[in-house]
Design a protein around this ligand. Structure first.
Ligand code: MN
Ligand code: MN
Length: 479
């Protein structure tokens, strides 16, 4: 059997995926640190999908992006966006080539694991008042006790008006809190499985512990029965105009009240809430914002509900994202729409599913297969497939597509790494990539390694963030 020899003399026999801090130049290091500062500020002001969407739209508008609805026709260099129910976003910069060559897409999700309020959340128990919660996404419940928590979200009152909350982020704000048992009395808890010792129904947030004065409650039967809850209800009414029943409309999210901070003496890493997946969403918007007249149309989509299956009308399975792509096809042509032509555009399109992965953690070495895992600070990880136990549920990228991407990254001198999530028998995970692949689009997962993924305070590397930005930019400009 004849094998074609590589013509390149400098081809390395062994694969190497080095730590990128080793050979970083001074100017690169400065650019990396500056990018990290901008990311931290964006992350702190964008803890929920609604806030991320709003802030991304503001940033886009300042660069000349307009709502696609306002455009009759689209031409080279036009910048458009569409809000997906205020909780997701899709944006595009129109390219020089016609859409028939396909679109270059970056797709991240902007929801993160958290606690949501139940529809009837407030109760009083022995002089304390609580919000009952329902956790969202895969969390380790015990991690959410005894940390400062903030309340973000919206409630609609009967007259249809929207009330926005963000309490616990300013130094002068109160925070909210879930108690845990003192070690002196935790014999019962100590021998339980970690998934059991904080039952979901105990993830209740302390929101008050002061009674309404006896003078004020004396004429109100409910208030005299539950004076502590009455204090909170009166506060909510006086300050926000909402009553207990209004919470049924609520989309209120409990998130850590902590700001992103550098980790370690060398400040190589950042701890923060919601790196999954905002650490990919942020470079995905910045890569798009760097485009003026790209070769092909470039798109960044930011989806909601990924952590719970992408199935709501703001999730990646919603047709609303498709509507935007359809509009691009129609408005870059003669205004008419042809379904077969659209399907062919999508099949010719190429996408990075920009979602995080795990970083190898020496403390938990037993779950990783070291030759096939991403390391912190070794750059963007290309993950040919995800899935669980035998690649179940994955979208596996084709080899030629992987070759196309690595060729672009290598020729632009952008380091990358590869691997799987963990050992095959240990577990697995999924991303939005399969929802796009079903239309024939070429899709591969490509994201930043994270330590303590899904914890209230996750860790990423600044240099991974920076190289991921460079990689996303090189992808949409060159693929
Ligand atoms: Mn994710
Ligand atoms: Mn996740």
């Amino acid at each position: 059997m004849a094998t074609k020899k590589s013509s390149k003399k400098d081809e390395k026999l062994f694969a190497e995926f080095p730590n990128l801090y080793k050979d970083i130049s001074k100017s690169e290091n400065e650019a990396c640190m500056a990018f990290a500062e901008e990311y931290k500020a964006f992350l702190d002001s964008s803890k929920t999908e609604r806030e991320f969407t709003e802030n991304a739209i503001d940033a886009a508008k300042s660069l000349g992006f307009v709502d696609i609805e306002t455009k009759e026709k689209l031409k080279v260099g036009d910048k458009v966006y569409s809000s997906i129910k205020d909780k997701g976003l899709v944006m595009a910069v129109i390219g020089k080539k016609p859409v028939s060559y396909g679109l270059n897409i970056l797709g991240a999700h902007i929801d993160s694991p958290r606690l949501d309020l139940k529809p009837n959340p407030i109760y009083e128990d022995n002089e304390a008042v609580y919000f009952k919660t329902h956790y969202y996404g895969g969390i380790k419940k015990y991690q959410w006790t005894t940390i400062p928590l903030a309340i973000h979200g919206v409630v609609y009152t009967k007259d249809g008006s929207k009330h926005t909350f963000k309490i616990g982020e300013n130094e002068s704000d109160p925070i909210f809190y879930i108690t845990d048992l003192l070690p002196h009395l935790d014999d019962g808890q100590r021998n339980m499985k970690s998934s059991e010792f904080i039952p979901a129904e105990d993830l209740n947030l302390v929101i008050g512990s002061m009674p309404m004065s006896s003078k004020s409650v004396k004429d109100d039967a409910n208030a005299s029965k539950e004076p502590y809850k009455a204090w909170v209800l009166k506060y909510l009414y006086d300050n926000f105009g909402i009553v207990e029943k209004d919470f049924v409309t609520g989309e209120i999210e409990i998130v850590p009240a902590m700001k992103a901070r550098d980790v370690g003496f060398d400040r190589a890493l950042i701890a923060g809430y919601g790196h999954d997946d905002k650490v990919c969403a942020y470079p995905a918007i910045m890569a798009l914002f760097a485009q003026e007249r790209p070769d092909k149309p470039c798109v960044t989509m930011l989806t909601d509900e990924e952590e719970i299956g992408s199935s709501a009308n703001s999730g990646a399975q919603s047709v609303l994202y498709e509507h935007f792509l359809m509009e691009i096809c129609a408005k870059t042509g003669d205004g008419s729409f042809d379904m077969l032509k659209y399907r062919k555009v999508i099949a010719a399109s190429k996408m990075l599913s920009t979602d995080v992965t795990t970083g190898y953690d020496p403390k938990y070495a037993s779950v990783f297969e070291k030759r096939n895992t991403a390391f912190m600070s070794h750059g963007l990880k290309l993950e040919k497939y995800t899935g669980a136990r035998g690649k179940s549920g994955t979208n596996e990228a084709t080899g030629d597509f992987v070759a196309e991407i690595t060729r672009i990254l290598d020729s632009n001198k952008i380091a990358w790494q590869t691997g799987e999530l963990g050992k095959v028998d240990v577990g697995g995970g999924g991303t939005i990539s399969a929802y796009m692949a079903k239309y024939g689009m070429s899709v591969i997962d490509a994201g930043v390694p994270v330590w303590s993924m899904h914890a209230p305070y996750e860790v990423i590397s600044k240099i991974d963030l920076y190289y991921t930005y460079l990689a996303y930019k090189a992808f949409i400009e060159n693929i």
